[in-house]
Each structure stands twice: as structure tokens, then as C-alpha cells.
Design a protein. Structure first.
Length: 472
């Protein structure tokens, strides 16, 4: 049953909402994903984060000016707040605006009972009233726009998110403060896991573009065949499988804000040439269109490769390299700033305490030594994973060396300090017991060999095995 919603009326209380009726979806089996049109998405504050071209045309909405605004600031008779308040999806309702009638679908995005956003579809009736949404199609769409939402929300990190006390990183943060207000393109370099995304987000949030879209795209994750349409968007019918109403690209969605392109070294030479033109001309052309669209975007690029070496090997365009490398921010690896290891580890302990509901106080002194004597080839990301893994093994109030499993296969055989009992005698005894158990296991239970390696008499070893109740 359809219910009519006009500019004066309100939603009927018995409107069909969110019942995932299998017969309903069975009746829609002939509708395909490419037929979806009139799509937009709002975040948890009911702000536009995505608007398709055909939605904008039908609703008479200007995309650049609408993005980031609440829907009720753009559409004066919207039903969206009532749908959100009702807490259920809305399907197959009729809606009218400026004399035009639409079939509308509203799908709430909720996680753990918390409202995160809404995907909505409006389709001109044009003589048909059949809804245009399949269950699998809806899931495809919600996943795509969920990803788009996560890309276009404001940057999650700021300058305070960069935890450090080393001179190198403090200098780098000062450089971010100086560079942020400018319009210059920035190339962030550094090994994997050094925090390049945090640096990009800090640049965005310290600029005049803070609060505007911050779109992140990993160039290595997008197939070459899709890269151009992903960045520039496309018009309807421009290729097989294209959405009827076309699609906005990341550059257009980022208008007024910042776009962060990670692993820029993965771009093909052909794509580099197209990006170079867009950066220089400050405009894009959608796939299938010859009409230029002006863009106002701050570009931040990142790579863990030596781009200049790739230029010399003719694997990266020289003109594109100099265009994106106007300002360079280099993040040093963790092994070169070991004074940052402890504050970073303590920050991760706070994070995982909040996530797990635990109350781990910190690292034992021997654990700190262990972390600071490791080279961290995976940098900050590896350290975070290490602390998270230690939470799984830790049973006391402090993370002990035995709780730490490093990726080089190292497992600490240092003393197991018990900080639940601060007796020096107990600490020594625990360390002694751990050492005997490890050597005994290494020797396959051979007592004579164990005593020899420990450099003690065999009779003393037997006494200690009895004292610590060690059997093998």
C-alpha cells in the first residue's frame, strides 16, 4: 500500500516501514542495480555527505552548496527527521515537491543501535509506482555509500593526535602548523605505518578547510579501469553498468575541502597526466562528458616509495612529481625516534583499556626495555598491534615481557615481574622459576644439561624444581 506525502501532510502512523518482507523483494527481482537513481546520503547529524546528479536535478538542489548542510536547510518539506525519529526504514512512500511526485525509500544506517546516517532514494513516478530497490541491491548501495560517508566525514585526527616527544616529530608538527593555512599541495613521505594519514588530517584540521569534506583514497586499492570514474565521476550511460543518473566523483565530493591520495606511486602514467591537468586547471571532466566542472580542493599526497628514484627509472612522471611535491613532510621511522615509543605505547594502552573495559596500568620496566630495543619495521602500526596483542596475554595490572610477542619471533625470557606484589624476593623467585622452566624445556627435560646451562649443581636444581613445583 502506498501513502501520499505532500508539502502540508505528515507521515501516516501505519505506513509500511522496514519489515524486509521476502515476497516484497521477490516481486522486485527484475530490477537491477543500474536502475537505481535519485540517491543521497546523510550523516548522523542529517548533513548531506553524498548527492547524486539526478537527485540534485529532481529536487532542484545545488550539490556544492548543499554538501555539508542539514537536509532541512536545503529541503523545506523533508520527511527525513520523522523517519529517523521513528527508527525504521521507510519504503514505497509517495512524496511530492514543487508539483512533482516521487516514490521514496529511506534506509537507516545503524550500528549497535546507534544511528549513523541514512541513505535515501527518490524516483519520479513517471507513470510507474513500482519501488526500485532489491535487498541485495540495497546492501550494495548501503556498503558503497557507507564507504563514501566514511571518506567524506570531517577528518578524525588533529595535531594533538600525533603523540610524540622526540625533537624530529615536534619539528614536523611545527611544520604542519606553518604549512596548513596555505593552499600548496603537500607530499607526505615515510615508511609504512609512520602516521601519514594523521599528518594529512592534521593539515586539514589546521587549515581554513576544517569542517569541510576530507576525502581519503588509497590509490593502490582502486583498479586502474575504475580510477578515473572514481576520482572524476561519470555521466549516466557513459559505459556499461553505469548508474542511470551518473555518479559524483571524489574530487567533486571534496569541493571546498581536502582530498588525500595515499600510495600515489600506484597511479599509472596515464592517470598521473589526467590528475596533473586537473590540479593545474582546477577543474575536472566527468567520464562521458566534455563539460568542465570547477573544483576548489586542497591536495595532499602520500607515499612510502622514493618517487624521485621512480622518476629516474621513468616509472613516475617528472612533471607530476614536481606538481605534487610543492611542500614535503617526511615522517621518520620509529627506530630513529625511540623516545616516542613509550608515550605511543601508553597512548595505545589507554585506547585498549577504553575499548576492552580493562584497567591495565602500564608497562613493566623490563617490557619498556624490550620495546625500546626493537627496531619496529612496521613502525607505529606494528607497535599498536603489539600492544593490542599484549592485552590478550596480560593477566595482571602491568604488561610483562612474557605478554609481548614481537613479529621477529622474539619472546621475552626476561624476569616475570609481578607488580601485584612488590616484594623483591617474589620478583626474583618468579624470574628464577621462569628461567628454569625455559631452559628445562629447551633441554627436553634433561636435568643434567639444564643444570650445566644454568651453571648450578644438579642437587641445587632438584631443590629448586621441588621448591617451585616444576615437573617435566
Amino acid at each position: 500500500m502506498n501513502y501520499f506525502l505532500n508539502e502540508e501532510s505528515e507521515l501516516s502512523s501505519n505506513m509500511w516501514q522496514g519489515d524486509n518482507d521476502p515476497e516484497y523483494f521477490h516481486d522486485l527481482i527484475n530490477w537491477g542495480f543500474s536502475k537505481l537513481e535519485g540517491v543521497m546520503m546523510l550523516d548522523e547529524k542529517q548533513r548531506y555527505v553524498y548527492i547524486s546528479d539526478d537527485y540534485a536535478k529532481m529536487m532542484e538542489v545545488n550539490i556544492p552548496s548543499a554538501l555539508g548542510k542539514r537536509i532541512d536547510e536545503v529541503i523545506d518539506n523533508t520527511d527525513i527527521p520523522m523517519v529517523i525519529e521513528g527508527g525504521k526504514d521507510l519504503r514505497e512512500a509517495l512524496y511530492t515537491r514543487h508539483g512533482k511526485s516521487f516514490v521514496v525509500n529511506r534506509f537507516l544506517w545503524q550500528e549497535n543501535g546507534k544511528f549513523k546516517g541514512i541513505v535515501a532514494q527518490s524516483v519520479l513516478t513517471s507513470g510507474h509506482t513500482e519501488p526500485q530497490m532489491l535487498e541485495h541491491t540495497y546492501m550494495q548501495m548501503i556498503n558503497y555509500y557507507k564507504e563514501k560517508y566514511e571518506q567524506t566525514t570531517v577528518a578524525q585526527y588533529d595535531i594533538n593526535s600525533i603523540v610524540s616527544k622526540s625533537t624530529q616529530m615536534e619539528d614536523m608538527k611545527n611544520n604542519i602548523r606553518i604549512i596548513a593555512p596555505t593552499r600548496s599541495s603537500v607530499l607526505v613521505t615515510g615508511e609504512t605505518g609512520t602516521g601519514k594519514e594523521l599528518a594529512a588530517a592534521a593539515l586539514h584540521n589546521l587549515s581554513g578547510r576544517a569542517g569541510k569534506p576530507f576525502i581519503k583514497l588509497n590509490c593502490a586499492s582502486i583498479p586502474e579501469s575504475l580510477m578515473e570514474s572514481e576520482l572524476f565521476g561519470y555521466v549516466g550511460g557513459s559505459f556499461t553498468g553505469a548508474l542511470k543518473g551518473g555518479k559524483i566523483g571524489d574530487f567533486e565530493a571534496a569541493n571546498g575541502g581536502t582530498i588525500f591520495l595515499d600510495e600515489v606511486d600506484s597511479l599509472s602514467l596515464n592517470m598521473q597526466a589526467k590528475l596533473l591537468r586537473s590540479i593545474q586547471e582546477k577543474e575536472i571532466k566527468k567520464v562521458g562528458s566534455s563539460e568542465p566542472i570547477p573544483i576548489d580542493v586542497r591536495f595532499i599526497f602520500a607515499t612510502n616509495k622514493d618517487l624521485y628514484q621512480l622518476v629516474k627509472e621513468e616509472k613516475f612522471r617528472e612533471d607530476f612529481y614536481y606538481r605534487i611535491n610543492v611542500v614535503n613532510l617526511h615522517l621518520p621511522p620509529l627506530r630513529e625516534r625511540k623516545e616516542d615509543i613509550l608515550p605511543l605505547a601508553e597512548n595505545f594502552i589507554k585506547k585498549f583499556n577504553l575499548e576492552s573495559g580493562r584497567n591495565i596500568i602500564g608497562l613493566a620496566p623490563a617490557s619498556i626495555d624490550m620495546l625500546e630495543n626493537y627496531d619496529w619495521p612496521g613502525n607505529i602500526r606494528e607497535l599498536e598491534n603489539c600492544i593490542e596483542r599484549a592485552f590478550a596475554y596480560c593477566r595482571g595490572n602491568f604488561i610483562l615481557p612474557g605478554d609481548i610477542k614481537l613479529n621477529d619471533g622474539t619472546v621475552s625470557c626476561a624476569q616475570e615481574e609481578s607488580f601485584n606484589a612488590f616484594s623483591l624476593k617474589e620478583i626474583r623467585e618468579r624470574a628464577e622459576k621462569t628461567a628454569i622452566e625455559r631452559v628445562l624445556k629447551h633441554c627436553g627435560g634433561n636435568k643434567a644439561e639444564t643444570a650445566s646451562l644454568l651453571k648450578i649443581d644438579r642437587s641445587i636444581l632438584y631443590d629448586k624444581l621441588k621448591k617451585y613445583n616444576i615437573s617435566y
